[in-house]
Design a binder for this molecule. Structure first.
Ligand SMILES: Cc1cc2c(cc1C)[n+](S(=O)(=O)[O-])c1c(=O)[nH]c(=O)nc-1n2C[C@H](O)[C@H](O)[C@H](O)COP(=O)(O)O
Length: 501
């Protein structure tokens, strides 16, 4: 398309529209055209979703799932067709989403940020104002979601044995994680597809983490590119990488080496997801044919009717095993942590394998249903490590269902180095953007100060197992008080308008 004045003549909408089939499929993304004909069978999200936009502008559908560098990374340059004169592209009238109008009305009356008093409040508001597919993806757990609920309920089975008459005038709840000093013992855990909830995606969490001097774990399946998230960090801000190991180990090696070069200070290898769990709320939402940013080069067609989770995970290597650990230790100097360890035997094996830490986690209840909560496994693990004098050989983290500073304190009393928090920050971001994340983190800091004072500890080091009673922890039959108080409190505010009496 070079004209005689060497200025590239832009493609027109009509040029693209001619290529609207499986035999010849062109799409427009961010004002540029791409020939994806040969890529169709390889697309991890399946060919259907691309064909839906064959010959058209696919940007809006593409944006929340794929980091901006996806096409540069995974589509051969010869298929990059150049700029499109967007003035010549017919605007697609979008199919009216019946719920969208009601959602906009709920957003118009949602509580102001200051009315959120705890992390559950963000969930209560997000549930009402988020797009259905986003809420479905973030809120779903696997199968009957028993483990997802158990994660938070388990904290209700731990009771405090507070000290009194301890000088708690000055409280310092700062600590260190993998050698990094943080203000408070939680990190922002890796959760995929941040742009489903907020158009800016994971960089919002980066900015919140900076403001509160906590660590962000960057997900392999982020909507933003890895470099965008690293670039959004300020000098000195520490980030970790969460890794889904690719069947193609060269791709994994490149990702790990790049992360180390960019300054990541921890490699968290996810070990509880050789296959992503069956999240039925996600499967029910309209996600059944959406693409994804993954490193799948095998071209195997993946069953699309599994929702976003399955769509974005076909590259994950189910053959990953203990025998791969020496290879990981050989390709990076970053501390290596196994994320998703669920029994004490594997923690002991992790110490022997020479890794630097574990996250006791069941992936937020999104993987194996009836896996025990991280906190319950922690209560089993720490005594076993102490018995062997190994409690200082690795750092033990816990995640899942952490919603209050008392949950953080319980985990630290039992011996955790810190906790990971996922959904609450996603909901805060989705409902209120960066101010929401900022407030959520500040609320935890305020709760932390008060509860450390009330339990009778002025520093993290003073927290110890004698301050908690965990006898009820392994009782799964006990019905636990509903912790969804926050989920109902806004219903009258943002439910359907009360009929005039
Ligand atoms: C909520 C959520 C969690 C995800 C998550 C996505 C969402 C929306 N995704 S997932 O798409 O594969 O399931 C990831 C992920 O990319 N990688 C990972 O290691 N953990 C993933 N997790 C698990 C996460 O790192 C924590 O283990 C979990 O969120 C902790 O529980 P709470 O959400 O209750 O804090």
């Amino acid at each position: 398309h070079k004209s005689n004045d060497t200025q590239a003549v832009k493609l027109t909408g009509a040029d693209i529209a001619k290529h609207d089939s499986r035999d010849s499929c062109w799409v427009i993304i961010h004002g540029r055209a791409y020939d994806v004909t040969e890529f169709l069978p390889e697309h991890p999200g399946g060919p259907k979703i691309i064909l839906k936009y064959a010959g058209k502008d696919a940007t809006e559908e593409f944006e929340p799932i794929h980091p901006p560098d996806t096409l540069d990374k995974y589509l051969d340059k010869s298929k990059h067709l150049g700029e499109v004169d967007m003035g010549t592209v017919e605007k697609e009238e979008k199919e009216e989403d019946p719920d969208e109008k009601a959602r906009q009305e709920r957003m118009a009356v949602m509580p102001i940020l200051e009315q959120c008093y705890n992390l559950m409040d963000f969930e209560a508001v997000a549930r009402k104002v988020m797009k259905k597919t986003a809420w479905a993806y973030y809120s779903s757990g696997a199968d009957d979601e028993i483990t997802m609920r158990e994660n938070h309920s388990a904290y209700h089975k731990i009771w405090f044995r507070p000290n009194i008459l301890v000088d708690v005038e000055k409280i310092d709840f700062s600590t260190k994680m993998l050698g990094t000093k943080v203000d408070i013992p939680f990190y922002v855990t890796a959760t995929a597809l941040g742009k489903l909830g907020h158009h800016e995606g994971e960089v919002i969490l980066t900015r919140g983490a900076k403001k509160h001097n906590v660590i962000q774990m960057i997900p392999t399946l982020a909507s933003c590119s890895f470099d965008e998230i690293m670039d959004a960090a300020e000098p000195g801000q520490v980030q970790w990488l969460q890794l889904y190991v690719n069947k193609d180990r060269d791709i994994t090696k490149r990702i790990v080496e790049h992360a180390e070069k960019r300054g990541c200070k921890g490699l968290f290898i996810t070990v509880d997801a050789p296959q992503l769990g069956r999240r039925e709320k996600d499967m029910r939402s309209k996600f059944d044919d959406v693409g994804s940013n993954v490193q799948n080069t095998s071209g195997d067609n993946v069953d699309r009717s599994q929702g976003a989770a399955r769509a974005i995970s076909s590259f994950i290597d189910p053959s990953l095993s203990w025998k791969d650990i020496p290879w990981f230790l050989s390709i990076t100097k970053m501390p290596i942590i196994l994320k998703g360890v669920q029994r004490v035997e594997d923690v002991l094996r992790a110490v022997e394998a020479g890794v630097h830490g574990v996250v006791l986690s069941n992936h937020g209840g999104r993987q194996l249903d009836f896996a025990r909560s991280g906190i319950e496994v922690l209560a089993e693990v720490m005594p076993a490590l102490r018995e062997r004098g190994w409690e200082k050989k690795i750092e033990v983290f816990v995640d899942g269902g952490v919603r209050r500073a008392t949950d953080i304190i319980k985990a630290l009393c039992l011996g955790a180095t810190g906790v990971g928090i996922g959904r609450p920050f996603l909901y805060a971001m989705s409902a209120y953007g960066l101010p929401g994340v900022d407030r959520a983190m500040q609320l935890l800091k305020d709760e932390m100060e008060m509860n450390m004072r009330l339990i009778g500890a002025s520093t993290i080091e003073e927290l110890n197992p004698t301050m908690v009673d965990t006898r009820g922890l392994s009782m799964h039959s006990a019905t636990v008080p509903s912790d969804t108080l926050g989920l109902n409190v806004y219903d009258p505010l943002i439910g359907p308008k009360e009929k005039a009496k």
